[in-house]
Design a protein. Structure first.
Length: 142
């Protein structure tokens, strides 16, 4: 099976208490918590994509990113296709505002059903699946 390569972005948004925003992603067979993010559109920089995706997925509007935390490679199969997704992870700051999730997409890769602001100790202790798995380490290095 041919692997499709995809460039994408994720945004680790920290509030004034140092908590990070995660969205619950749900498929019929599994669920996990992930950073807001998505694909990079043509003629768009990674930074522009990160700011746009954050706004689209959470209604949080920011003007700039604080830092690039690193790049994470993720391999997965979806709809019978194999993907290698290279995710640039950025750091941003925002107040712990109420997040407005967009209406359900009729054909999403996964649906975001809720959001939560997580403390570092909660990330370290949780049994929940977190994406990217190395999120706690990326945040510690920030």
């Amino acid at each position: 099976m041919k692997t499709i390569e995809r460039e994408s972005v994720r945004v680790a948004v920290l509030d004034n208490q140092g908590r990070v925003l995660l969205l619950r992603a749900v498929l019929p067979t599994e669920e996990w918590w992930e950073l807001p993010g998505g694909g990079i559109e043509p003629n768009e920089t990674r930074e522009q994509a990160a700011i746009r995706e954050l706004s689209e997925e959470t209604s949080i509007a920011i003007d700039e990113l604080r830092a690039h935390l690193g790049t994470v490679d993720t391999e997965f199969t979806f709809n019978g296709r194999r993907y290698l997704q290279r995710e640039a992870v950025f750091l941003a700051s925002a107040d712990a505002v109420a997040v407005k999730l967009p209406p359900p997409d009729p054909d999403p890769a996964a649906r975001h059903t809720e959001y939560r602001w997580w403390r570092a100790d909660e990330l370290a202790d949780t049994e929940e699946q977190i994406h990217p798995p190395q999120l706690a380490e990326l945040l510690q290095a920030a």
